[in-house]
Design a binder for this molecule. Structure first.
Ligand code: ACO
Length: 211
């Protein structure tokens, strides 16, 4: 098996109420859109994201992207992560990442995501998670994918529930988020729990359709 199965590949398209969702590898020319959306959406994103070492605007300045993108793509080539852009109708609107890919007897990873504030509520994140999970369990060859989410993050918990994740417990003071050690709900899914694909399950539930 290649050290980076499933990378770099495009996923989708999948139609949801907001439009057509596709996923693609991050690229250098995402710099200005990434910076503009992340700085504009600070209030929407910061309560749910790991605390950074420098101020928000500095961390998301357009000049930061080339080295960040380069190191993420380097990790992706080594098979450790899959950093993907979420596109809605062909436009960058967020990111989804499979991280900490561990092979061997674990064959596991986590998934994390964000979507720009002006396109929320239209099924974009749910579609992105479904496409990513199917990719993780097929092309990437993982056995388990997990995610952690703050109990207060109702919309993200709905996304994870609608994608078919199972809640596994509460991790006390798990992660430094928005300046404090925050509890997180751990959710998980293994390949045995998917009788059809995750996307098929969304389509059958009327939440998405093939584009
Ligand atoms: N209470 C309960 N449910 C809610 C609420 C609320 N206050 N607000 C929205 N929802 C529900 C919606 O009704 C919908 O569920 P439904 O389809 O059953 O009706 C669901 O939340 C949202 O589903 P989508 O439309 O697919 O999600 P969206 O594209 O709006 O993206 C996301 C959600 C990713 C959480 C976005 O709001 C975001 O980027 N937030 C900031 C960053 C963040 O929280 N990222 C996730 C961190 S946790 C992790 O990565 C595992």
């Amino acid at each position: 098996m290649s050290v980076h199965p499933g990378w770099p590949e495009k996923l989708g398209p999948l139609r949801v109420s907001a439009g057509v969702v596709t996923l693609r590898p991050i690229r250098l020319r995402d710099a200005s859109t990434w910076s503009r959306l992340r700085i504009r959406d600070r209030e929407h994103l910061e309560p749910w994201e790991p605390t950074g070492e420098s101020p928000w605007d500095a961390r998301h300045h357009v000049t930061v992207w080339p080295s960040l993108c380069g190191s993420l793509r380097s990790e992706a080539r080594k098979g450790r992560i899959l950093p993907l852009v979420i596109e809605l109708d062909g436009n960058y609107c967020g990111q989804i990442t499979i991280g900490n890919i561990v092979r061997g007897a674990l064959c596991s990873a986590w998934v994390g995501y964000w979507v720009a504030s002006d396109v929320t509520g239209g099924g974009v994140a749910t579609a992105a998670v479904a496409l990513t999970l199917d990719h993780a369990f097929s092309r990437v060859g993982l056995h388990r994918v997990e995610a952690t989410v703050r109990p207060e993050n109702s919309s993200s918990r709905a996304v994870l529930h609608n994608a078919g994740f199972r809640e596994e417990g509460l991790l006390r003071r798990y992660l430094d988020v928005d300046g404090q050690w925050r509890d997180h709900v751990l959710v998980g899914m293994t390949v045995e729990e998917i009788p059809i694909t995750v996307v098929d399950r969304l389509v059958r539930a009327g939440r998405a359709s093939w584009a």
